[in-house]
Design a binder for this molecule. Structure first.
Ligand code: ZN
Length: 199
């Protein structure tokens, strides 16, 4: 059907490479691009390039930042710099931040250990976390997801830092097994944080 439309096919192939774009939506998105005026499309492309260039992971915690070295959480003097909450992804950081009752720092791992998919410690920011846990840090809270991968990741990190004089805790069991923090409501996350227990 698209044999006479090689550039259209190329557009579809590119869109299909974007995760989370469900396949039936790819054609709707392509139609939106084709029917929207030229200027709006140019602005969209320019903004994607601008964002790609300007937004970088924070040097300390790997949260996103536009400011250069440090994100707004690491550079804030209102945050408790003796506590680090360890999360898998930025979505989890966002969910906890949205819950509103955590005032410490974060560390974004970039995922969870998953040997079958080739994700080992070197693919995550675990080394950087271990280096961050110095004398200033009094507590590390594991907020990895309650999945086998999330639990294994927390255990691995625990094995790297458990000899240090600090409290290591994990979110309370209000978090449903196998679920992801990013889909949880604020109250559940808030309660899980307050009720955290030793790891
Ligand atoms: Zn940061």
């Amino acid at each position: 059907m698209f044999a006479q439309l090689p550039i259209f096919q190329k557009l579809i192939r590119q869109l299909q490479r974007v995760p989370y774009l469900a396949s039936k939506n790819v054609y709707r998105v392509a139609m939106y691009f084709l029917t929207t005026d030229q200027k709006a499309i140019e602005q969209l492309c320019a903004t994607i390039l601008e964002a790609k260039k300007a937004i970088q992971p924070c040097q300390h915690c790997f949260n996103w930042t536009e400011a250069g070295n440090q994100c707004s959480i690491c550079s804030s003097d209102k945050r408790d710099k003796s506590v680090i909450c360890v999360v898998e992804t930025w979505h989890d950081l966002f969910a906890i931040e949205n819950a509103g009752n955590f005032k410490g720092l974060y560390h974004v791992l970039g995922g969870a250990l998953c040997p079958l998919e080739g994700i080992g410690p070197d693919q995550l920011t675990i080394d950087r976390l271990v280096k961050r846990v110095d004398d200033q840090i009094q507590e590390v809270i594991f907020a990895t997801n309650p999945t086998p991968e999330g639990e294994a990741t927390a255990s691995y990190i625990w094995s790297k830092i458990n000899t240090r004089p600090l409290q290591i805790s994990k979110l309370a069991s209000g978090v449903p097994i196998g679920s992801s923090l990013e889909y949880m409501d604020r109250v559940t996350i808030g309660k899980a944080l307050i009720g955290r227990r030793p790891f």
